[in-house]
Design a binder for this molecule. Structure first.
Ligand code: HEC
Ligand code: HEC
Length: 479
């Protein structure tokens, strides 16, 4: 039975409305159908009301608020360009509407690298490489990164700095056709996909790592051109349908191996996708508003006992402590460019929630970007698999903390604005469905949640205790 359950979970279980709180065993007994573990474009699979998948620490649940939905001809699930991909190709329900390494590697094996997700344009390290070789897709297969290619300088922008390519492991930035010195000067950086879902709470209008899109419509057009190699001449009705779908999908962890059902009636309000779906738009209080009582507090978890009573309760205690560490344990946040846009101050004694302030998604409720150092060698170490750029500020301007010469793997927001002060700044991602979509940060530089916490511990000299670190990891793993 256990083996069967596991196999079934791996395929994904679609759940009917009335049954969403029943244990999976009961659901199987009722014979609910599956949702594909890998979803190909144009397959007309049914997008169920709720699809459940096994992930690294429990189950991820993708909740489609409007109920079971046919996808025949639906633009999110259909090929809109020339390379066989749809939006769903890289925003897979089984990976919290993103992609993860396990699924990508399975897919490579099953299709010998011919799945559309590996398309040369951005599913390989560079389109000029021999595409049948696995090594040409190493950034995707080993780090979950797609190539993001942007014209340099961006249209209409007069940059404050020059870019030199110091190291080019993929060959793309020095390539005669695709590189910075080609007929269409282009810079290639490598980034993780982001969750498509929970968008009711992302009202601030900053999408993708560098916020080159400020609306979901703009973002979809950018994705069709960049990832699907389409003309972008899409019917307004199709664009509307894409955005409508994005706004009705909710993604969150729903069960933890140790912590049990995270969606039980009366459980913490922040957990599980349908709690999110039910939250009203005017209910958008933030942690910064000190609305901590709504964000995973002890009294919110019914029937949990004192620490150590059972493995489940001990785990839940740890999650609750982690929630408090996240929102209340202070450290000095300094040397962080654009912090004033995220947190309202240039430097501040703050917490994780000072930046990750939005109650349901953990993004900044001001939608801004900041430079926490995730593309800067001094903080993430040397990453030989990634390109390295030397940024030299040519006008009087500079980066407030890194000076006028900066070495980075990805200039981030500065690719869009051309401003020195924006080098290394990234829009933060939602902190939902994390166990289904490692690795973390824009360049996948933290392979698990422990590495995320260790990064911050060092970056902001937080001196977290071993207990605090474990509690933070446990807290993040149930979101
Ligand atoms: C080749 C894989 C791929 C395909 C196909 C794809 N995306 Fe994405 N998506 C990404 C990557 C990578 C990012 C992050 C880009 C960045 O940060 O610069 C992203 C980011 C996004 C975001 C931003 C989310 C946020 O919180 O900032 C949205 C929305 C999105 N994609 C929607 C779509 C839509 C709609 C389609 C289909 C038209 C689509 N994607 C097709 C890979 C893909
Ligand atoms: C100064 C603002 C700031 C503070 C403080 C902060 N973060 Fe972040 N966080 C960010 C930014 C910006 C990103 C995006 C970085 C990137 O994409 O490379 C991010 C990304 C993340 C991610 C990656 C999510 C993903 O999908 O890849 C996690 C997890 C995270 N932060 C957890 C934490 C924790 C835990 C703390 C406290 C120990 C914390 N953050 C403190 C700004 C902050």
């Amino acid at each position: 039975m256990q083996g069967f359950l596991r196999r079934f979970r791996r395929r994904g279980v679609a759940i009917a409305a009335a049954a969403v709180t029943l244990p999976v065993v009961a659901l199987l007994a009722q014979g609910y159908g599956g949702s594909p573990i890998w979803w190909e474009a144009n397959t007309n699979e049914k997008m169920p009301l709720a699809a459940l998948f096994r992930d690294s620490s429990g189950d991820i649940l993708v909740y489609n608020q409007t109920g079971d939905m046919g996808t025949n001809g639906h633009p999110f699930f259909s090929k809109l360009g020339s390379n066989g991909r749809a939006c769903i190709s890289c925003h897979q329900p089984s990976a919290a509407m993103s992609v993860n390494l396990e699924r990508l590697n399975e897919r490579w094996q099953q299709t010998r690298g011919t799945d559309a997700v590996f398309a040369a344009v951005d599913g390989s390290n560079c389109p000029s490489l021999p595409q049948q070789e696995k090594s040409s897709h190493s950034l995707l297969l080993e780090h979950g990164l797609f190539r993001i290619y942007e014209a340099w300088p961006a249209a209409g922008v007069k940059p404050e700095f020059t870019i030199e390519v110091m190291r080019d492991p993929t060959g793309c930035n020095t390539d005669a056709t695709y590189g910075l010195k080609s007929a269409h000067p282009t810079i290639s950086v490598y980034r993780r996909p982001r969750i498509v879902g929970n968008f009711k709470f992302l009202s601030a209008g900053a999408f993708t790592a560098d916020s080159r899109a400020t609306t979901l419509e703009q973002q979809a057009l950018d994705a069709i051109r960049m990832h699907e190699q389409g003309s972008g001449n899409i019917a307004p009705e199709d664009l509307r349908q894409i955005v409508e779908f994005e706004q009705q999908v909710y993604v969150a962890q729903s069960r933890d191996e140790l912590g049990g059902d995270l969606t039980e009636v009366g459980g913490p309000e922040a957990l599980g996708p349908w709690n999110m779906s039910r939250a009203k738009a005017d209910d958008l209080h933030t942690v910064a508003d000190r609305n901590l009582a709504r964000f995973l507090t002890v009294q919110d978890w019914p029937n949990h006992h004192a620490q150590g009573a059972s493995p489940r309760d001990a785990f839940r205690e740890s999650v609750l402590r982690g929630s408090r560490v996240f929102s209340a344990r202070t450290f000095h946040i300094g040397d962080t460019a654009n912090l004033e846009h995220v947190a309202g101050h240039k430097a501040v004694d703050g917490t994780c929630a000072t930046c990750h302030s939005e109650r349901f998604t953990g993004v900044s409720n001001q939608g801004a970007w900041a430079d926490i150092g995730t593309s800067i060698k001094g903080w993430i170490g040397d990453r030989p698999e990634l390109p390295l750029f030397k940024i030299t500020c040519t006008t009087g301007a500079g980066h407030p903390y890194l000076g006028r010469v900066i070495y980075t793997n990805d200039p981030g927001r500065a690719l869009v604005t051309g401003k020195c002060a924006d080098v290394g700044s990234f829009v933060m991602q939602q902190l939902r469905g994390l166990p289904a979509r490692a690795p973390y940060f824009t360049a996948g530089t933290a392979k698990d949640l422990r590495e995320v916490v260790d990064f911050y511990d060092k970056r902001f000299s937080a001196h977290f205790s071993e207990q605090e670190k474990q509690d933070l990891v446990n807290f993040m793993s149930v979101l």
